[in-house]
Write a protein that binds this ligand. Structure first.
Ligand SMILES: *[C@@H]1O[C@H](CO)[C@@H](O)[C@H](O)[C@H]1NC(C)=O
Ligand SMILES: *[C@@H]1O[C@H](CO)[C@@H](O)[C@H](O)[C@H]1NC(C)=O
Ligand SMILES: *[C@@H]1O[C@H](CO)[C@@H](O)[C@H](O)[C@H]1NC(C)=O
Ligand SMILES: *[C@@H]1O[C@H](CO)[C@@H](O)[C@H](O)[C@H]1NC(C)=O
Length: 355
């Protein structure tokens, strides 16, 4: 894509992260008690009782409060909890499915930490939509600052060392680092050095989280960015952009090598890869036809889109008239908007994660 197109796409992308703060926002905990656990905890060789989360909109459950943003706008949250609640989806996101599989409630977003210490028992979510390892165009805390928040929390001594030793951290981000690079620099030769910088910083960050006492640190491989609707739009949602996915492949290769190296330096396989890339590809390829998951007619086509390129899912005009369309059945769509999976999409991805 040319510079102008990529700038437009980027703005489009950013707006999907900019939010409005409602007065009452209590949505932690997906709270259904009759769910079955997928049992991914054996991946971690222990059953964590707390989850600490660092990353972007794939993991954010309500931290982002930017006043221009969409995740606090109708129709976000329409499936769960039934109204916009700060998740970039029609319902639950990666963090919720991971928490559920561990048998704990989705951890409280950092922004709501003051509602009461009793809500801290499942851990805490420090992820902010739109952010990256480095600063992005979204004016929200990068991953280093997210870990600073966590460090401040640990200094309050509410979590004991043994609490932290019973904890898992989820790290999920980097897509926004790359969309920022594409917009602000974009030199073709610069990609590989930049990807290397991003992965090196992720490694520094994961070591730091472990150093603060967290027993295990799980990091997601980067999703196939070339398969996001903002990219497949160019082919009327027919095919993924191979060039973008190759760059993602390089990121994931470096990340996997780094995790092998880190585990060689520490005991107990402290660092675990959650292969989001592989899971996305497997769902997109078989259209979600796994046992127990729904089928996605065209998995590359998003459910909720602006009526034209100047609008996004959730856009309204000055008179409040809707400038977006929503598919009849979000449960039959893999992607919710041009970047984020639906709740059913996440459910399928989560159950397709290599165990
Ligand atoms: C794939 O993405 C690259 C980088 O964003 C872009 O230059 C190229 O035009 C895209 N290819 C297609 C077929 O859309
Ligand atoms: C993260 O943000 C902080 C505060 O804005 C800034 O000082 C720091 O340099 C950033 N870190 C990285 C790795 O970009
Ligand atoms: C941006 O691109 C230039 C080359 O055009 C390169 O020297 C520089 O390191 C790049 N910046 C970043 C942050 O990667
Ligand atoms: C693991 O570390 C040892 C030294 O600490 C080194 O000799 C060995 O090559 C490393 N293995 C891998 C797979 O990195």
């Amino acid at each position: 894509m040319d510079k102008k197109q990529s700038l437009l796409l980027f703005i489009f992308f950013c707006f999907s992260f900019l939010l409005l703060l409602p007065e009452n926002t209590r949505v932690y905990g997906s709270s259904s008690h009759h769910h079955h656990h997928h049992g991914h905890h054996h991946l971690f060789n222990f059953r964590p009782s707390k989850l600490f989360v660092f990353g972007d909109s794939y993991a954010d459950t309500g931290n982002n409060r930017n006043s221009l943003a969409n995740s606090w706008k109708v129709p976000y949250g329409v499936t769960f909890p039934g109204k916009p609640a700060g998740r970039f989806s029609d319902g639950r996101v990666l963090t919720d499915f991971l928490a559920k599989s561990l048998g704990i409630k989705s951890p409280i977003p950092y922004r709501w930490r003051n509602v009461g210490i009793k809500h801290w028992k499942n851990g805490m979510n420090f992820a902010y939509g739109g952010t990256g390892v480095f600063d992005t165009l979204a004016p929200e805390p990068n991953m280093t600052t997210q870990i600073d928040f966590f460090q401040d929390i640990t200094h309050q001594k509410i979590y004991s060392m043994s609490d932290l030793q019973a904890s898992l951290a989820l790290v999920s981000l980097a897509g926004n680092d790359y969309s920022t690079y594409a917009t602000t620099n974009g030199s073709a030769e610069g990609w590989k050095p930049f990807i290397t910088q991003v992965v090196n910083q992720i490694v520094v960050n994961m070591k730091r989280i472990h150093g603060l006492g967290v027993k295990k640190v799980a990091v997601t491989t980067l999703q196939p960015l070339g398969c996001l609707p903002r990219s497949t739009f160019a082919s009327s949602f027919q095919q993924c952009n191979g060039t973008e996915n190759e760059l993602v492949g390089f990121h994931n290769l470096l990340l996997q090598q780094a995790v092998v190296k880190l585990n060689n330096e520490t005991k107990d396989s402290t660092f675990v890869i959650l292969d989001l890339y592989k899971a996305f590809m497997s769902v997109l390829k078989n259209k979600g036809k796994n046992p127990g998951s729904s089928k996605f007619e065209n998995p590359l086509k998003p459910c909720c889109t602006g009526i034209s390129t100047e609008y996004n899912c959730g856009s309204v005009d000055d008179n409040g008239a809707k400038k977006y369309t929503v598919c009849d059945d979000p449960e039959s769509a893999f992607f919710w908007d041009t970047v984020h999976p639906t709740q059913e999409g996440w459910r399928a991805v989560y159950s397709a994660l290599p165990q």
